[in-house]
Design a protein around this ligand. Structure first.
Ligand code: FAD
Length: 442
């Protein structure tokens, strides 16, 4: 029997490991291993954990229809996974393990150890390339080095896409025989109130609803947080409920207006952050791409609480943080503003904000979150320059002039609002001066 180990690829369609297993003449079973201790170390919160649990439930039904059992088991952390899988292989009578690569340093160390232990025990092991839209080793500068700046990466990525035209795998048609018994050792938490219906089918419906029409206005609507101008596909993409190649395939069938082009660029931003992690493993180790652009930090814990609770006295920042706290999701414009505010106005360590976002987001994704935070903090690849600051007042005038979004998340706004906790201009000037000193080696 072939055991397919799913991680952040909770889907049937365009899943290389599952497809290869089903193509073989042998029975197939699938396992998901929950690692609550590791999730805690990676700052996963209950939104993301409940989201994974809800999607596993849906995946189980989907796999049942293909006669493929899904075993959900659990061990504490990545370091326990190799031994755990070795025992599971024996218990289930599996002969080979198949999985798809996923980004991240801890993840590749874990996979390396799993491979070692399984091969030593006489099992076969196959890890398929990560299911990305682009080939990260093929997109390099003229000198053969990985890019650090988005625009030339984007140009090259688009060229690569037109000449390679990546295709999703064909649908799985064979119905492998059932073998083994359900283990269900890990009992998921009680369902949390989430506004996204779980499952691969829902991911496709969300995509369809977006490309049916809103995509045509995406280039402008995406910046207005009070309207549903973006796809809201991120929770599905973060757990791999839909593959980027499948999304690209659907996109190709549309006309190529400004909305479609801008949306593809955003998908390529996602690829860019995964690409950076692939080429610069230090990004997975809590390090900045450019450490000399990180000033020393004030780290005032009271200020951090004000930010996290949405009580800074800047209504747009507070509305963003309340959206995050109350729904587990935040509009991209607000993610940029709130991240910039934490670093450039409050002079707090971007890692605190990165961890806080991760603990709340339903779409928490290490590469995009880390990339977004380093971009906003000014120490990442292609970061917003240190002297460019998001002004909460100006952002509100430009993107929420009638305060529709702010009032939705801050009902108290109607009765007046507490004063700003800091002087935006003075704080940003201090920030810029510090980064300048650092870069000059003062
Ligand atoms: P759409 O605008 O419809 O875009 C389609 C898809 O493209 C998204 O679902 C997402 O997968 C990808 N995408 C869009 N914009 C970006 C971007 N700037 N960077 C990377 N991918 C992008 N995204 C996450 O999925 N998980 C995170 O943990 C995360 N953390 C972030 C933290 C910060 C500080 C910032 C500035 C951005 C972060 N993003 C993250 C990126 C972006 O905010 C979300 O992907 C987007 O808001 C999701 O909404 P949507 O699905 O409607 O996106």
């Amino acid at each position: 029997m072939q055991l397919v180990w799913l991680r952040n690829d909770l889907r049937v369609s365009d899943n290389p490991a599952l497809y290869a297993a089903c193509e073989s003449a042998q029975p197939v079973e699938v396992v998901f291993i929950a690692t609550p201790g590791q999730w805690q170390q990676h700052n996963w919160g209950s939104n993301k954990i409940s989201w994974v649990a809800a999607n596993l439930k849906s995946l189980k039904q989907q796999l049942n229809q293909l006669n493929i059992p899904l075993h959900i088991s659990s061990c504490d952390a990545f370091e326990n996974v190799p031994q755990h899988l070795n025992e599971l292989m024996a218990e289930l009578g599996a002969t080979s393990l198949l999985c798809n690569a996923e980004p991240g340093f801890n993840e590749s160390v874990r996979d390396h150890r799993v491979q070692e232990i399984l091969v030593n025990s006489g099992y076969s092991w196959q890890r398929f390339a990560e299911s990305n839209l682009l080939d990260y080793d093929a997109i390099l500068t003229g000198k053969g080095a990985p890019y650090r700046v988005f625009t030339p990466f984007l140009r090259n990525a688009r060229r690569w896409l037109s000449s390679n035209n990546p295709q999703p795998l064909p649908a799985i048609t064979t119905l492998p025989q059932v073998l083994g018994q359900q283990l269900d050792r890990w009992h998921s938490r009680p369902p949390y109130q989430l506004s996204w219906p779980p499952g691969e089918l829902q991911a496709w419906r969300t995509l369809q609803a977006f490309i049916d029409s809103p995509i045509q206005q995406y280039q402008t609507a995406r910046d207005v947080p009070s309207i549903a101008g973006t796809s809201r596909l991120s929770p599905y993409m973060a757990i791999g409920a839909i593959s980027p190649i499948n999304i690209y395939k659907q996109l190709q069938q549309l006309s190529h207006g400004d909305g479609e082009t801008t949306w593809l660029n955003e998908l390529i931003w996602r690829e860019f952050y995964r690409y950076l992690m692939h080429h610069y493993p230090r990004l997975s180790k809590n390090l900045a791409m450019y450490p000399n652009k990180e000033p020393c930090w004030d780290n005032n814990s009271h200020w951090f609480s004000c930010w996290a609770e949405g009580k800074t006295g800047f209504p747009l920042v507070d509305a963003g943080m309340r959206e995050l706290n109350n729904t587990g999701w935040m509009h991209n414009r607000l993610r940029m503003l709130c991240a910039s505010f934490l670093v450039k106005d409050l002079h707090l360590d971007w890692r605190l904000g990165e961890a806080y976002f991760m603990s709340k987001l339903i779409d928490g994704d290490f590469a995009s979150n880390n990339g977004g935070w380093q971009w906003a903090a000014g120490c990442g690849a292609d970061a917003a320059p240190y002297f460019r600051h998001f002004s909460p007042t100006r952002q509100a005038q430009r993107f929420d002039a009638k305060a529709v979004y702010q009032q939705r998340h801050l009902p108290e706004l109607i009765n007046g609002y507490p004063p700003p906790m800091v002087d935006h201009k003075a704080q940003c000037q201090r920030f810029s001066a510090r980064v300048k000193e650092l870069s000059n080696g003062v």
